[in-house]
Design a protein around this ligand. Structure first.
Ligand code: 0A1
Ligand code: ZN
Length: 885
């Protein structure tokens, strides 16, 4: 079936043009007849003019990609002369104030490769309605401020689809002639259409239960393909942990009798929070030690938590319109991060969250698709599930937490949930609830929602020995972003500590303040330029700035290398210890790049080696932190830090040389750590065991990089003997990265062993696609021809094409432009299959202006070629035109 394509130039939707719906819908009765070729959907809606609107006029319904079979009002067919039907909508004129609307449509889920609306994933019918998929199921006012009570009846072949699910509670079931059966579901909670879900398939079920704080019992069911029942334990445990956590951390109890989760192979994102019936990408739920890594276990726990937390932040209190997306996503990511930090290690969690923000969001905020956390216009809303809305949105919530403190923040969220339960609201209501509960003024703070761009903060320190004062002078600048030239100074929480010469934290107090016990002072920067003076400072301190990354900014301070080494060794803020180590490493990398470009030998000077050596020798007891500190910043992050033009070759070679030199200089320390942290006994995903494996495998990776024979042999051995995927990949990854002898055979045997496990095959694809050695263009092409590859499966597309563009800049940006041309072909091909995935891939070109002139020309040529495609989807059109600017 043809998609709705941009025959005319797609027009933006604007926040400023928001108007409340003319009609509201109280109840929705859906009846699905699922078939092998087509599915019919009968919808009966109780519609009523919105009392808030004076003259409701026509009833506007969204709809696309469907065949309209019948329209009836109050039981009578509605004359064709009284409605208008086009590719995207159905408008009914002259309808009464209150009425029953019946609509019958016919759809073809098995041909739906866009994976929006109702589609089929390896034999299972499933839905994805956020943001605008429901309009591919029936004609409906498909907007989040129309909330209704849903009843759903599903009729299907009993043998093929024994499991029939929808939101809410099962209220009826029966058999029908012809081998068919039906099940009826009723969801007592009014919800917007984007939270509707349906699943029909032959699935295995794993069940458990959770008793809420007030003693209500919630049945928990996880549905997977037969044969995967042994991979849901971790998800189930995580779900119960999340339910308990939300009760204590936010006072939120589960409001459901049944909480169901279904795993599907083909899914555009990680998972979806449909009311009472979450749908998950298999990659975000299935795990057992043999097939999943520690990182997978942690990601699954986080995503399970995320979707569960949406039950309050998103479902009970929902969005007025899609511009408010961060209201649910930013807040829910923040909740997920807190949960993960509590379950694992708060500082390590913070490091990982910041790393993600910097690699994904900072470049976005600095490029042609930059947008505010609350955007003010979009062409295709699916393009706004971005790191800015999610990750920066979470930082915005975190800053409010930092400004208010834990107690007032909690008072604020309690008030928010209580005040707006059952409503569809905006980010404004969130900010106001926090203000009302804390009596703080967040008016200037609201700029974080409307101003795009990552603030830069320049800081100078000034010690006055006579007065015993230390002054921090700060200056903030917010860069220009598309459509936003003038920026106002922001309200920015900056957590500061001061260390004395022995590395002890002082208790900084601003001049005029009384004595304080805390060693961290939350400063509030509000002016373009502002100074903060601390009194009672006996000696010149080393400042520890932006502790725990208290705000999403780029902060500059003129540290000497010795200061950084000192902070790395002494700062009580573990995040800032890591940060100091990263800055030291960044400096070494940039010196190495300069050397590489001038043809000079790449040297590694002593400070970094000494500092990292001290860490490895156990200056800190925290293994996870040591491993984080020694993890190199990745190539795309270094590209973001580099002044124009980005030089992908220099980055690659400098990064590699530094790795090799560190490995050689610290060989004994790595070997010691590798041996000292061998596993004992059975796999466990507890924080201590994860940290141990992390440090062990990091040490192994360095040993292999350094060309150490014992290390290489150990890697080969570990690859063969490993009993869990973390260790197996912990050996295979450095073998592939350094292309040690025997790697080709290892890759082959890996595939042979795991070819029946889709999630493992994805790893196998991604390792090769992101390798500078194995991810050459010819090999990427061969991977696309591999029988396990499938353009219709987003996980495969991400594993090969996504990993190539994002994880292999060295090959992607090959100077002759061949990879660009190939990649543009892939974008065009994907656009005909799955526009959301195509648009995501097209972002690989969006920052072309950061490269040298020749690469710019080559990338621009491809972007223009994509834009010329007459049938281009709205999704890809928006990314490509914005990139071309
Ligand atoms: N709300 C989900 C993310 C999601 C968004 C769009 C989707 O399909 C187009 C699917 C999932 C979440 O934040 O988890
Ligand atoms: Zn979410």
């Amino acid at each position: 079936m043809a998609d709705v394509r941009n025959t005319q130039q797609p027009q933006p939707v604007r926040l400023a043009e928001y108007t409340p719906p003319a009609y509201v819908v109280d109840t929705v009765d859906l009846h699905f007849e699922l078939g092998e070729e087509w599915t019919s959907v009968h919808a009966r809606l109780a519609v009523r003019a919105n009392p808030d609107r004076a003259e409701p006029g026509a009833l506007f319904l969204n709809g696309r990609e469907m065949e309209l079979l019948e329209v009836a009002v109050d039981g009578r067919p509605w004359p064709e002369t009284d409605y208008e039907l086009n590719e995207e909508s159905l408008t009914l004129h002259g309808v009464p104030e209150h009425f029953t609307l019946e609509i019958t449509t016919s759809i073809r889920p098995q041909e739906n490769t866009a994976l929006e609306g109702l589609y089929k994933s390896s034999g299972t019918f499933c839905t994805q309605c956020e943001p605008e998929g429901f309009r591919r199921i029936t004609y409906f006012p498909d907007r989040s401020d129309v909330m209704a009570r849903y009843t759903t009846t599903i009729v299907a072949d009993a043998e093929r689809y024994p499991v029939l699910l929808s939101n809410g509670n099962r209220i009826g079931a029966g058999t029908l002639p012809g081998g068919r059966h039906w099940v009826q579901w009723e969801d007592p909670h009014p919800k917007p259409s984007y939270l509707f879900a349906l699943v029909a398939g032959d699935l295995a079920r794993v069940s458990d239960a959770f008793t809420t704080l007030s003693g209500r019992e919630v049945a928990l069911h996880i549905y997977v393909e037969h044969g995967n029942e042994d991979k849901v334990d971790h998800a189930m445990r995580s779900l119960k942990a999340a339910m308990a956590w939300d009760e204590t951390a936010y006072g939120r109890e589960c409001d459901l009798d049944v909480y169901q989760v279904v795993a599907v192979e083909d899914f555009n994102m990680g998972a979806m929070e449909n009311k009472g019936l979450n749908i998950f990408n298999t990659s975000a739920i299935l795990a057992k030690p043999e097939t999943a890594t520690d990182a997978d276990f942690q990601r699954i726990e986080a995503i399970i938590g995320h979707e569960y937390f949406h039950n309050w932040s998103g479902n009970r209190v929902t969005l007025r319109d899609w511009f408010q997306l961060s209201l649910k996503e930013g807040f829910t990511v923040f909740r997920e991060q807190q949960f993960a930090g509590d379950r694992y290690s708060a500082p390590v969690q913070r490091i990982e969250d910041v790393r993600r923000l910097r690699t994904a969001q900072f470049p976005e905020d600095d490029g042609p698709t930059a947008h505010p956390v609350r955007p003010d216009s979009y062409i295709e809303i699916s393009n706004f599930y971005t790191p800015t809305v999610y990750e920066k949105g979470a930082e915005v919530i975190r800053m409010m937490y930092n400004l208010l403190g834990a107690e007032d923040f909690r008072r604020g969220t309690d008030l928010y949930f209580q005040r707006h339960d059952g409503q569809a609201v905006t980010t404004e209501e969130f900010a106001r609830a926090l203000e009302d509960a804390s009596e703080r003024d967040l008016s200037q703070f609201r700029l974080w929602y409307t101003q795009a761009g990552t603030p830069r903060i320049h800081v100078d320190g000034d010690y006055d020995p006579e007065a015993g004062t230390y002054t921090l002078h700060m200056r903030q600048e917010i860069p220009e972003t598309p459509g936003q030239r003038q920026k106002e100074p922001m309200h920015i929480p900056i957590a500061v500590g001061l260390l004395d010469g022995d590395g002890n934290g002082l208790a900084p107090r601003l001049t005029g303040e009384g004595e304080r016990a805390e060693t961290t002072r939350m400063l509030e920067l509000r002016e373009a330029e502002q100074s903060f003076t601390f009194s009672g400072i006996p000696e010149e301190p080393v400042p520890s700035l932006l502790r725990s990354f208290s705000a999403p900014v780029r902060l500059e301070f003129g540290y000497r290398d010795e200061d950084l080494a000192f902070l790395l060794a002494n700062d009580e803020d573990l995040f800032n210890r890591w940060e100091a180590g990263q800055e030291l490493a960044r400096r070494a990398l940039f010196r190495a790049m300069t050397a590489y470009r001038s043809g000079a030998e790449i040297e590694l000077e002593g400070t970094l080696v000494d500092a990292f050596g001290a860490l490895l020798r156990g200056g800190t007891g925290d293994k996870a932190l040591v491993a984080e500190a020694l993890t190199q910043p990745d190539e795309s992050y270094l590209a973001d830090l580099m002044d124009w033009p980005v030089d992908p070759e220099a980055i690659h070679h400098a990064r590699r040389s530094i790795r090799v030199r560190l490995a050689q200089a610290l060989r004994d320390d790595f070997l010691y750590n590798y041996r000292a942290h061998q596993a004992d006994g059975e796999y466990s995903a507890d924080p201590e065991a994860i940290a141990r494996r992390r440090l062990k495998n990091l040490s192994l990776a360095y040993l292999v990089a350094g060309g150490d024979e014992a290390g290489i042999e150990a890697a080969r051995e570990q690859f063969r003997q490993a009993t869990n995927m973390t260790d197996r990949l912990g050996a295979l990854r450095p073998m592939v990265a350094e292309d040690v002898a025997g790697t080709g055979g290892a890759l082959e045997s890996f595939y042979e062993q795991w070819k029946d496990e889709a999630e493992v095959v994805d790893k196998w694809f991604a390792i090769q696609a992101s390798s500078p050695v194995y991810g050459t263009l010819d090999r990427i092409k061969a991977l696309l021809d591999h029988p396990a590859f499938n353009h219709k499966n987003p996980n495969k597309v991400r594993a090969v094409l996504g990993a190539f563009a994002r994880g292999n800049p060295y090959r992607f940006h090959a100077a002759d432009g061949t990879a660009y041309a190939f990649f543009a072909d892939q974008v065009l091909h994907m656009d005909g299959i799955n526009p959301q995935m195509a648009a995501a891939l097209a972002r690989g070109f969006s920052r072309f202006r950061r490269y040298d002139e020749e690469r710019q020309r080559l990338m621009r040529e491809q972007l223009e070629r994509i834009r010329r495609e007459p049938q281009l989807s709205r999704d890809t059109f928006e990314i490509v035109t914005k990139s071309l600017g």
